[in-house]
Design a protein around this ligand. Structure first.
Ligand code: AMP
Length: 403
């Protein structure tokens, strides 16, 4: 994605300091992405701000660059707290933040569940100034007295909509109540679901909004299709698409953990064990980490994932997304498809969503959400439906489109 094309503004114009600008040049960030362009100037004023943008659009730098400007590196207290919904996403935010902060001497701590507390406590005691973590572990560390928020200047709620979906609301509210009243609150969310608005109204002060959701919903670097298929023909269709597309790396999304396990079993019999993996919330953290590492290294060709864990994956080499099961919520579609065609990748991504007879309406809802009509993915010689149902399906689909 050419971040420069729609923007005459440079990072210098945003009011960032020299150290930061040098670092951005070193890591090859030539110009700000749309969310960075809009969000950074507001965040630098100290005002509360809501940014509506999906992952993969550069939103970590949007909140982290202003945070780095603010941190007093001589003061060894927690000044910035970033809450994110999953361990994987927290790790990504942590890694990206440290990359951005390499010219600053800022101290970080990553506080996520599924990891030994010892190292996290050590990092906090050593004077971490920026803490990134999941609400559960952050609260645990607060209860134990290892994490103090009294000097906090900025709290960031990353992927706020998903944190609320997962059921983190009580944790988030307790954490926010423990933060100083005069802090700055930055909220990032792909959607402005009513729950997010409620949270913002309660815990933010006259927030300014930056809405890039329309811009980012349909990413021009992703070619999206739907493919009609009978439930019991999904596997042959998947195999056929994989053979046709020869993806460099593909994520196959299923709705359920059991569905993911089942597909994994099938593929692990067909592919070498280091080329296929499965990731979902029931797997131990160590295993999840290993999977993400092998995906990032390019070793893994096929990853089968469920929504909660899959959504935060920021890996630039993913060429294809297959929605083996159509996502239950339209926003999940946006998140799943956003795993490919990343800002950090030069190549276009392709996404195919499997739609069964009964799911015409769900496809229409997704199309409404992304404000686009998906073209059908044609597979020559592949019969998607049992013959007698073909006409009914076509009628149904056209009926949906007319509504
Ligand atoms: P995020 O939305 O924060 O997950 O970022 C997605 C990817 O884009 C990450 O790999 C970042 O390193 C990369 N990125 C963020 N901002 C820029 C930029 N201005 N120019 C180039 N790459 C960027």
């Amino acid at each position: 994605m050419d971040v420069a094309s729609s923007s005459p503004l440079s990072f210098q114009d945003l009011g960032l300091n020299k150290k930061t600008l040098t670092r951005l040049a070193e890591i090859g960030y030539e110009s700000p992405s749309p969310i960075q362009r809009e969000f950074i100037p507001i965040a630098l004023t100290g005002k509360d701000c809501i940014g509506q943008a999906r992952t993969g659009t550069g939103k970590t730098a949007a909140f982290m660059l202003p945070s780095l400007e603010l941190v007093d590196t001589r003061d060894r207290v927690v000044q910035v707290l970033v809450l994110a919904p999953t361990r994987e996403l927290s790790e990504q935010v942590y890694a990206e933040s440290r990359k951005l902060a390499a010219n600053h001497s800022t101290r970080f701590a990553l506080c996520v569940g599924g990891r030994p507390m010892g190292r996290q406590v050590d990092d906090l005691q050593a004077g971490a100034q920026i803490v990134v973590g999941t609400p559960g572990r952050v609260q645990d560390l607060m209860k134990r007295g290892c994490l103090q928020l009294k000097d906090l200047e900025i709290v960031v709620l990353d992927e706020a909509d998903r944190m609320l979906d997962i059921g983190f609301r009580p944790d988030i509210e307790r954490i926010l109540r423990s933060c100083p009243k005069d802090r700055q609150t930055l909220l990032l969310s792909a959607t402005m679901a009513p729950e997010v608005v409620k949270l913002a109204t309660r815990y933010m002060e006259s927030p300014q909004s930056v809405d890039l959701s329309e811009d980012s919903v349909v990413v021009e670097t992703i070619e999206q299709f739907y493919a009609t298929v009978d439930e019991d023909r999904k596997l042959p269709l998947l195999l056929r698409i994989l053979a046709l597309e020869k993806p460099k790396q593909v994520i196959v999304f299923t709705r359920t953990k059991r569905g993911a396990d089942k597909l994994f079993e099938i593929f692990s019999r067909r592919l070498k064990s280091d080329r296929v993996a499965c990731i979902h919330g029931d797997l131990p953290q160590r295993k999840r980490d290993r999977v993400i590492r092998t995906l990032r290294s390019g070793q893994l060709r096929l990853l089968i994932a469920t929504d909660v864990v899959g959504r935060g994956i920021d890996v630039s080499g993913i060429s294809h997304i297959i929605n083996y099961d159509i996502p239950e919520y339209c926003d999940d579609y946006v998140h799943r498809v956003g795993r490919t065609g990343r800002l950090s990748s030069d190549e276009n991504g392709r996404a195919v969503t499997f739609v069964t007879l009964a799911q015409g309406g769900e496809l229409t809802n997704i199309e409404k959400r992304i404000n686009d009509v998906l073209p059908q993915y044609e597979v020559k010689g592949f019969q998607a439906f049992r013959q007698k149902e073909r006409t009914r399906r076509t009628v149904r689909r056209f009926g949906q489109q007319d509504k």
